[in-house]
Design a protein. Structure first.
Length: 467
């Protein structure tokens, strides 16, 4: 999931004010990309039954999308600048729509995971490109700010809609419908963008940081493989140990490549001299570690432990998802007054407490169900306080000429956290004897991680935004 922080590049002025329909078309594409990060959660048991896959297979279905999405976001921004945002967005839409249709016909785990990896790449293309079109289309700064605010509000709506839409489609039509829904959405967005979006200027950029890009993909892919396959193949087994070694070597190559690449670096290392930037990336990773991990764990528990239908599981997540649809507006104003530190730290405390509160109550009594609602509500409000504050913390900690890279880095860090959350908490589930025990310990691990995030946010973010 991404945020409004990416709206920092300034484009050449245009005379006419764009049609509101254009913003709808661009936001629809963005909505579709974000929806795919959460809509699959409640469909996992149905996919498991249909394709006869276990827990590790379900982790790959979830992580396949976020691995390539996270690893390719910065390169997608480079392509958007080099080829033009409008063109890249349209390419991404076509790829996303076609791949979604093919995903609905997948008849094996390998095919579905490969398609999820490809969908993540297509989604990465669309994210920075849609923002480039908006910043180019709106010449007036106030109009541009409002447009980007409306575009970014899709984040909360997509998070709220994902489990509910996924549950409804899975129950009424089947799990394949969660991919088919993208086809008409992509088509509508494509037609609107093709007809109304202005051409975006192409910028002269340094060469693509191929070494940095490939090493980033290998690092994340190898680490995810080791964490997901470790419980089944054995932590001391050759493939798992080899994957950990490969991840470490690829990470070292990435750091070395970014040090040498200078202006062509995918992620200039000098940005980490800013404590606020480093903190924002770290806590952004922790936030999505907890959020995506919790969605994965509880989606399985609600359906396998409490025997909810897919739709009921989606409805059960409403206390978590609804606050993210409206509270970020208040959080944005609050951050403008007091800075990002306190809202971010408070949000992480709420998320951590919300997870830990549920851990002892994994039964199906009235008390257990009531505590689940309270815990999810606290978690949802925590998300809606923490994430907008992290965006502001990042934006106030990097120079203007690096703001776009900084925003892409934050989104990449969050998606890396999402992949690790599913992988690590999946390990916790694998190590437990029952679904209830696994869920309990996963909530404890996730909750403690989020409380640690509150400490990092409090000590590393600024007390007030830069003037």
């Amino acid at each position: 999931m991404s945020t409004q922080a990416e709206a920092v590049s300034v484009a050449p002025a245009r005379i006419e004010k764009p049609s509101a329909t254009l913003l709808i078309g661009l936001s629809l594409g963005y909505f579709m990309v974000l929806l795919d990060t959460t809509i699959v959660a409640v469909a996992l048991p149905a996919i498991s039954g249909s394709l006869h896959v276990g827990l590790s297979g379900l982790q790959w279905v979830t992580n396949g999308y976020t691995i390539t999405f996270a690893a390719l976001l910065l390169t997608a921004g480079w392509l958007s600048d080099r080829l033009g945002g409008r063109r890249v967005f349209l390419y991404g839409l076509v790829a996303f729509g076609v791949l979604s249709g093919i995903s609905a016909a997948a008849d094996s785990l390998g095919a579905l995971v490969a398609l999820r990896l490809a969908l993540g790449a297509a989604g990465a293309l669309m994210l920075p490109a849609s923002l480039a079109v908006i910043t180019n289309a709106y010449s007036d700064p106030a109009d541009r700010a409002r447009a980007v605010g409306n575009w970014a509000a899709i984040t909360g709506v997509a998070l709220a809609a994902g489990p509910l839409v996924g549950g409804a489609l899975t129950d009424s039509v089947g799990w394949r419908a969660i991919f088919l829904i993208n086809v008409p959405l992509a088509l509508i967005s494509f037609v609107i963008t093709l007809r109304l979006a202005p051409e975006t200027p192409r910028k002269q950029r340094s060469g693509l940081d191929i070494t940095g890009q490939l090493s980033a993909v290998v690092t994340l892919g190898a680490l995810s493989y080791a964490l997901i396959e470790g419980p089944d193949k054995g932590w001391g087994g050759g493939p798992v140990v080899g994957a950990f070694v490969l991840a470490a070597l690829a990470a070292a190559v990435f750091v070395a490549a970014e040090s040498r690449a200078k202006d062509a670096a995918m992620l200039p290392l000098r940005m980490f001299r800013s404590r606020g930037f480093s903190t924002a990336l770290g806590v952004g990773l922790i936030a999505n570690f907890g959020l995506s991990g919790l969605l994965f764990v509880l989606s399985l528990f609600f359906q396998e432990g409490r025997h909810y239908s897919s739709l009921s599981a989606g409805l059960a997540f409403l206390p978590l998802t609804l606050p993210t649809a409206f509270n970020p507006i208040y959080t944005g104003r609050l951050v403008g007054r007091i800075g990002p530190r306190r809202p971010a730290a408070f949000g992480f405390v709420l998320m951590g407490v919300g997870a830990l509160l549920q851990a002892p109550f994994t039964g199906d009594s009235g008390l257990d169900l009531g505590i689940t609602v309270v815990g999810l509500l606290a978690f949802g409000f925590g998300v809606s306080f923490a994430l907008p504050a992290l965006v502001a913390g990042m934006a106030s900690s990097v120079p203007a000429d690096l703001a776009g890279i900084g925003a892409g880095a934050l989104n990449s860090a969050r998606q890396v956290g999402a992949s690790l959350g599913v992988a690590v908490l999946g390990v916790v589930l694998n190590l437990s004897s029952t679904s209830a025990d696994g869920t309990r310990w996963a909530l404890v691990v996730g909750g403690l991680s989020l409380l640690f995030g509150s400490v990092v946010a409090w000590t590393g973010l600024k007390g007030r935004t830069a003037s």
